[in-house]
Write a new protein. Structure first.
Length: 162
């Protein structure tokens, strides 16, 4: 049974709470007030509707793009299986969304570089209409991933492949 009214009460408290934004950065995993959602959307767990969230992109000190973690291992092009904090986990790439800092509860830890690179590459591949070549360095992928703009280094950025 969905607990929308309970979530609305907690969401109102989070919205009205006044506090300084915590220092968070890309590559970290935080407990986040995810909420009670509709249909196939992932829900938060327990009485606080929380779930671990990987911070894929920090937009400013107030907002970020987050990806939910689950200990239920899943397969498919919209999932990435990782090991974080000694546990095998799955990140659901199709459930990414923008969050306000007020949803952050507490920091769990930081993802290692290899796992971050894997997540970013699969995320870009899933959300781009063109396929990403895994041999491409992530540092060469720039701009809006939808357009898969790749710098042609031989031309000193004067030419782009789109």
């Amino acid at each position: 049974m969905k607990r929308f009214l309970e979530w609305i009460g907690l969401k109102e408290k989070l919205h009205n709470k006044e506090h300084k934004p915590p220092l968070f950065k890309e590559g970290e995993v935080w407990w986040c007030y995810w909420g009670e959602n509709v249909g196939i959307e992932i829900n938060g767990k327990n009485d606080q509707f929380t779930r671990p969230v990987f911070i894929l992109k920090k937009y400013d000190k107030y907002s970020f793009l987050g990806l939910p973690l689950s200990t239920k291992i899943k397969t498919g092009t919209w999932y990435v299986n990782i090991n974080f904090a000694g546990l095998d986990q799955t990140i659901s790439l199709s459930q990414s969304r923008v969050f306000d800092y007020k949803r952050l509860k507490e920091k769990i830890g930081e993802m290692n570089t290899e796992e971050i690179d894997k997540i970013e590459l699969v995320y870009l591949d899933l959300h781009s209409h063109k396929k990403i070549d895994p041999s491409q360095s992530l540092a060469k992928v720039v701009g809006n991933p939808k357009y898969n703009v790749i710098i042609d280094e031989s031309k000193n950025m004067s030419s782009f492949k789109v």
